[in-house]
Design a protein around this ligand. Structure first.
Ligand code: GAP
Length: 488
């Protein structure tokens, strides 16, 4: 029976074993920014690759994309982020700390995602009775105000031709902006999807709980384009697919659930939205968003068609986004540049979009929490990460029992041979039991030990991480043995 991990256990293991470090730690750290160490970078890459394999490579109806982080500023005007991507905040007059107004509401949970400003307004009454979460002063809050969440930067080397740009707050808009390019350069036909993974940036007001919410993070997003009228069926399809992806990769189904958005949580353009929630070991209710799946209708493509019509205004206004208003929508929008001609139906329309949007870092945290276990073995505690083999940073470790009598040479040869196919670790230092424990803590599924007999019989001992069962395998069979067991 797996132990329920506490966040502190995870943070401590991550630092001790080189999964995740605080960013810029030698300078005292940079709040809410984290670096992935040698084991962490492999784990996160495996999470990203497992998503890509499932969402892109194994399907005939999804293609991939990798967009730049910096995009034309009008992208963010069209998407609504430039004007609306903000949290309603209030500032404590005593300690100057900013707090999200929705986090001050009764039964609020400081880990919840953004809510529309209009919804937060409902929580902005009675601030005079509220306590500052930082300094505990009561009734010291300022008038609520919108706090913009996009990071700004400048592009251009000359002072008079610099332009304000934004670090993208989601990868999704790069997909919409390339919808036409992908259509024109490939043979995709609706229904089809475009997927992308990559960094996003949000100047979050509250960042707590390790890598759960950070200001720089990685997303894995799919925009699945479909004909209006088929959207509800694709929404159900992707709900099922995404839930299954988590459980297929080791998340226990009792720790995963769907939560439909309430009507006041829904963005005005969304027809439906559901969160895949994971039972994280923090927060008042434990259940927190892992991934959002939304039916975004034809909103985004229609908005970008409006943005494309606004480009001249933008130039005429000195490329100043604050002076530009989006042009009205063309009444014949369904024939616009981001529309699709359905040859079978002989009909032109702007496609609807189903968007499963996951966080790579947040999923990595969920996989770490779910895999964490402590158990007593022979009177001693053993820490083990029971990762799914596809996610394990190291697939196999190879040890010579002792550092002599030809054992290191055989073990090195086995490790070198395996490295061509799996991430493999060679270790000859310390007692064998301690070497096993180190690999348990790293989540390595198999340890291979070369002993004195191997020199004569060419047989090694293979120990499985979870059961700790050992079996004898001929050196010539090791690769096929691991391939079968790891299913890679
Ligand atoms: N395109 C839709 C979109 O971006 P979202 O719910 O804001 O939707 C999707 O984000 C996912 O991205 C979240 O479910 C979460 O996994 C991840 N995410 C969002 N903000 C994050 C943050 N500040 N830190 C870490 N992950 C974040």
């Amino acid at each position: 029976m797996a132990k329920l991990a506490k966040l502190d256990d995870i943070v401590s293991l991550c630092k001790r074993r080189g999964f995740i470090f605080q960013s810029s730690e030698i300078y005292g750290g940079l709040a809410s920014c984290y670096d992935y160490g040698p084991l962490g970078v492999e784990l996160k890459k495996n999470v990203r690759d497992a998503w890509w394999k499932n969402v892109v490579r194994m399907r005939d109806d999804v293609v991939g994309l990798d967009c730049s982080i910096l995009m034309h500023p009008l992208v963010w005007k069209s998407s609504g982020h430039a004007d609306k991507f903000a949290d309603l905040v209030t500032v404590c007059k005593k300690c100057n700390t900013r707090t999200r107004v929705d986090h001050l509401a009764e039964h609020a949970d400081e880990h919840t995602e953004h809510v529309p400003i209009e919804t937060s307004m409902a929580d902005a009454t009675n601030l005079e009775n509220k306590e500052c979460p930082a300094c505990k002063s009561v009734g010291q809050f300022s008038e609520p105000m919108a706090f913009k969440l996009m990071f700004e930067t400048e592009m251009g080397a000359n002072a008079d031709d610099t332009m304000t740009l934004f670090l993208r707050p989601e990868t999704a808009q790069g997909i919409f902006a390339n919808f036409r390019n992908v259509m024109d350069s490939t043979r995709v036909k609706i229904p089809f999807g475009i997927a992308q993974t990559g960094k996003s940036f949000r100047n979050e007001v509250t960042t707590k709980a390790f890598i759960f919410r950070t200001r720089e993070f990685e997303q894995a997003e799919l925009e699945f384009f479909c004909a209006p009228g088929t959207d509800e069926q694709w929404y159900e399809h992707w709900k099922e697919q995404r839930f299954k992806w988590y459980t297929d990769h080791g998340i226990k189904s009792e720790n995963l659930r769907f939560r439909d958005h309430d009507p006041d949580e829904l963005a005005h353009y969304a027809k439906a939205c559901v969160d895949v929630e994971y039972k994280f070991p923090f927060g008042s209710g434990d259940w927190q968003e892992l991934e959002g799946i939304a039916n975004r209708t034809d909103f985004d493509l229609r908005q970008h068609q409006r943005g494309m019509r606004t480009i001249n205004d933008w130039h005429e206004n000195g490329c100043d986004l604050t002076k530009v208003t989006l042009k009205e929508e063309d009444p014949e929008y369904f024939k616009g540049p981001l529309s699709y001609f359905d040859e079978q139906e002989k009909k032109r329309y702007v496609p609807y979009v189903i968007e499963p949007s996951a966080g790579v870092d947040r999923s990595t945290l969920a996989f770490l929490v779910d895999a964490y276990d402590e158990e007593e073995v022979d009177g001693k505690m053993r820490n083990v990460l029971r990762f799914h083999p596809a996610l394990a940073p190291i697939k196999a470790a190879v040890f010579p029992l002792v550092k002599k009598d030809g054992m290191p040479e055989i073990a090195t040869k086995i490790a070198t041979d395996l490295k061509g196919s799996f991430s493999c670790f060679y270790d000859q230092k310390g007692a064998i039991g301690r070497r096993y424990r180190r690999q348990d803590e790293a989540g390595t599924p198999y340890c291979i030990t070369v002993d004195g007999d191997t020199v004569s019989d060419n047989v090694v001992t293979v120990r499985e991480r979870d059961s700790m069962q050992q079996e004898k395998v001929n050196v010539d069979q090791i690769k096929s043995f691991l391939r079968e067991k790891l299913d890679l």
